[in-house]
Design a protein around this ligand. Structure first.
Ligand SMILES: NC(=O)c1ccc[n+]([C@@H]2O[C@H](COP(=O)([O-])OP(=O)(O)OC[C@H]3O[C@@H](n4cnc5c(N)ncnc54)[C@H](O)[C@@H]3O)[C@@H](O)[C@H]2O)c1
Length: 440
């Protein structure tokens, strides 16, 4: 087989500016964590870009470089953080409030965290009912607010080599695509007209893409998964991806469901419930925000199990997802799953999963990987021109794909897709796991 041609990837020279929208639990755990790793105080556990290797060539070749060297990715030392938040707290105060990292960890990097103060946010309570922030921009119209965000991005751009924006803000109310989202021209008119179908997260995404800056969406909001954003992303060469970090229960679900399907075991029901007590839990206590999250969590099983192909196994599956706000647990979420499966001749069995996880400890490394991979995409012409970065599906509950294309939810297919994309852009053979060559 001939060796594929490597892409013309620009080297990751200079500083990478990361602009974080919503500087709560996930964002502060990301920022504090990157600094702790830089100072040698902790290891970047859970981050594929920092700890993962990639096999190249045959199993007998012994070529397994670190992904961060192979790709090539920006170094953690070159990352500079800023962002927007509706509360004025600096990152030390915000991290202390979030109560994810213990005070010893925070104290050792306190001066660094205190230096990072959020810029005023674009916010409207209509879209996140349970929050009431004071640190917000004032503007005559949504267009005016978008211009203010563009000015923030331009100012940060002048201090660093490249910029990436990531949404780690709260979950907004459930919205569906409407006329205003069908083209960039319609969206820009909607900004001027203050169209209520335009949520704050969309204004941030618009500002970033307009500036040619990549945008990742870590929440389940309708943000970049819109025709106008896809159009703008291609127009300005700004890669996009989303949505909703795949961290706890859905991460486990997308491991277990493919296992049942691969063995042709049936699933009669899957009941998932969670308790969590952080600000995210408080926001999701509002039915309108919960609906956005519910849609994102529910889609997974249908796509993996394909009931239309396997009616005897999955046609009548009862799938329920609940999230309950329970303040005593803080960020330490507990997720229970009761799975009713059936086997040979239809005999029933049960599986119980009780995942005592830490939400932001699971999410922070995903956010880090996403900003580094989006930065790689913006330096790689072959990826940049695609707009949607489907190869980053690995990180999301609702992966964004080309319109009309169903998403891959199986974690191991997603992992293979990600690694094969890296091999592809570096001119290495893709790995199919066929393996006949070992027996020639
Ligand atoms: N932690 C996880 O495991 C996980 C997994 C998947 C998705 N998410 C999503 O990631 C997001 C962040 O989660 P979190 O636990 O950090 O929540 P959080 O409530 O601690 O942080 C979100 C922050 O966003 C701010 N915010 C809201 N609207 C804003 C706006 N328009 N502009 C700027 N700031 C805004 C809030 O004030 C808050 O501080 C949530 O939407 C959550 O659903 C989290």
């Amino acid at each position: 087989m001939s060796t594929p041609k490597a892409a013309n990837i620009q080297p990751p020279n200079g500083k990478l500016g990361v602009m974080v929208v919503g500087m709560g639990a996930v964002a502060t755990t990301l920022i504090a964590g990157v600094e702790a790793v830089r100072k040698g105080l902790a290891k970047p556990i859970g981050s594929l870009t920092q700890m993962g290797t990639i096999r190249l060539g045959k199993r007998t070749d012994n070529r397994t470089p670190l992904i961060k060297d192979f790709a090539p990715l920006a170094s953690l030392d070159d990352i500079v953080f800023t962002g927007w938040e509706i509360f004025p707290d600096n990152m030390y105060e915000a991290a202390a409030h979030a109560q994810v990292l213990d005070s010893d960890h925070l104290k050792s990097i306190r001066p660094f965290l205190e230096e990072i103060r959020p810029m005023p946010a674009v916010f409207d309570r209509h879209y996140v009912k349970r929050l009431n922030g004071t640190h917000v921009k004032q503007g005559k119209s949504k267009c005016d607010l978008a211009q203010q965000l563009i000015a923030d991005i331009q100012s940060f751009k002048s201090k660093v080599e490249r910029v990436v924006v990531i949404w780690t803000g709260s979950t907004e109310i459930f919205l569906e695509p409407s006329a205003v989202h069908q083209s960039v021209a319609a969206f820009e008119k909607g900004l001027v007209d203050n169209d209520p179908n335009i949520a704050p997260s969309q204004i941030y995404a618009y500002a970033a893409l307009k500036e040619g800056v990549p945008f990742a969406n870590g929440a389940p909001n309708l943000t970049v998964d819109l025709p106008c954003m896809i159009e703008l992303s291609k127009l300005t060469g700004a890669p996009i991806c989303g949505k909703d970090f795949k961290t706890g229960q859905t991460f486990i679900k997308t491991v277990l469901a493919p296992a049942f399907k691969s063995r042709m075991l049936g699933v009669a029901g899957w009941y998932s419930t969670n308790i969590l007590g952080n600000r995210d839990g408080e926001v999701l206590d509002d039915p309108e925000s919960f609906k956005t999250k519910e849609e994102s969590k529910l889609g997974v099983l249908d796509f993996i199990l394909q009931p239309e192909l396997y009616p005897d196994l999955y046609k009548d599956i009862y799938h329920k997802v609940r999230i309950n706000y329970y303040p005593p647990r803080g960020d330490n979420k507990e997720g229970w799953d009761n799975i009713d499966i059936f086997g040979w001749l239809g005999y029933p069995m049960q599986i119980k999963v009780d995942f005592l996880c830490r939400d932001s400890i699971l999410a922070a490394p995903l956010a880090l990987d996403l900003v580094l991979f989006l930065d790689l995409a913006q330096r790689t012409p072959e990826l940049k021109h695609l707009g949607i970065q489907e190869w980053l599906s690995f990180y999301f509950k609702s992966p964004q794909t080309a319109p009309g294309l169903y998403p891959e939810h199986d974690l191991f297919i997603q992992s293979m897709k990600l690694k094969n994309t890296l091999r592809h852009i570096r001119g290495e053979e893709l790995i199919t796991h066929l393996g006949l060559e070992y027996y020639d």
